[in-house]
Design a protein around this ligand. Sequence first.
Ligand SMILES: NC(=O)c1ccc[n+]([C@@H]2O[C@H](COP(=O)([O-])OP(=O)(O)OC[C@H]3O[C@@H](n4cnc5c(N)ncnc54)[C@H](O)[C@@H]3O)[C@@H](O)[C@H]2O)c1
Ligand SMILES: [Fe+2]
Length: 390
Amino acid sequence: MSKLVSKWNYPTTVRFGAGRISELPDALAATGIKKPLFVTDPGLAKLPVVASTLKILDDAKIPYGVFSDVKPNPVESNLTAGIAAFKAGKHDGVIAFGGGSALDLGKLIAFQAGQTRPVWDFEDIGDWWTRADADAIAPIIAVPTTAGTGSEVGRAGVVTHEATHTKKVIFHPKMLPAIVIADPELTTGMPPFITAGTGMDAFAHCLEAYCAPGYHPMADGIAVEGMRLVLENLPKAYANGKDLTARAHMMSAAAMGATAFQKGLGAIHSMSHPIGALYDTHHGMTNAVFMPYVLAFNREAIEDRIVRLTGYLGIKGGFDGFAKSVLKLRKELKVPHTLPELIKGLDMDKKRKTLIADMAVVDPTAGGNPVKLTKKAASTLLDNAIEGTL
Ligand SMILES: NC(=O)c1ccc[n+]([C@@H]2O[C@H](COP(=O)([O-])OP(=O)(O)OC[C@H]3O[C@@H](n4cnc5c(N)ncnc54)[C@H](O)[C@@H]3O)[C@@H](O)[C@H]2O)c1
Ligand SMILES: [Fe+2]
């Protein structure tokens, strides 16, 4: 029997293009939402981009509530408060507006407000989501304001379990937003650090999906073009945040990365998740730090694939040429080369290092790494990223 067996899920309706945020009232009508809860984060809530979007709702005389108690790397208490706001305001849908943190929390509020079971039962490892009683989900419209996580086209939300300091991926197919408004103008205000970090997250999604084992030629094709878009456009968006063309291509690359990673992720994310949960670092920036160390670690298993990729990307020098391009991109974006450069004053004892390696190997993304991520391998990767050893 052929081993070419796979399962393909592709995203939802994406209304893509500068200025399309003006279609928000139409998108609400199309999804049947009459009184949305607008979920964003406190930083964004103070920016003109939120004021101008809420004005669109005001002008259309659409009643809404605003919830912005969302930490970067959202936690359970944010979710509990969001569900309370959703119920108190008698809302019938969610506009998730922001980066991955606000998008994830908005999606999780729409989902969990209709559930009777605790959110942790829906971690992306069990099968509670298959039960019919888990089906009550309010419609979601997602409006990304960063270009990185691709959460707008994803069926999962990440939330930190505070008691154990672990990031949990919560999954339900219906958490996929009904409509996405991908308007690159909303991303032009992103500061360079966030532009770099989120853009490198998109790159990590494409790279890890492309390198993950398994048969998924559609994901591979999307990932390859996603990487090209990032390599060509992220330095431009970083150098000039107002470059709308570069911003638009990055917004595409972000959605492409999240579409591709249904194939799997890998050790970049497995190492990054515990660091993010323990030190509250930016997710994409942490991925960017780990990227070259994981590439080197996976070399044997991925060299052929990477060499094929370099043909499309126009990179000379095979695997080494690709690794050099990643280092060059990181340098251009001022990505720290080591963990102590990312986390000032970092001082990890043996116990802490063991904890991180233990967390990395059980992270749901570890299974997608092309080389088995053992505890020993995770410890070595951590040491390499601390010492800058390639
Ligand atoms: N659901 C998924 O599939 C998925 C995938 C990867 C990561 N994530 C999660 O997403 C989160 C990270 O998301 P992120 O990288 O987009 O960052 P973020 O949402 O945490 O935002 C980072 C910062 O950027 C600011 N910001 C956002 N848009 C802005 C804009 N247009 N102008 C100015 N400032 C802006 C925010 O206010 C915030 O302070 C993490 O919690 C991560 O675990 C989820
Ligand atoms: Fe990511």
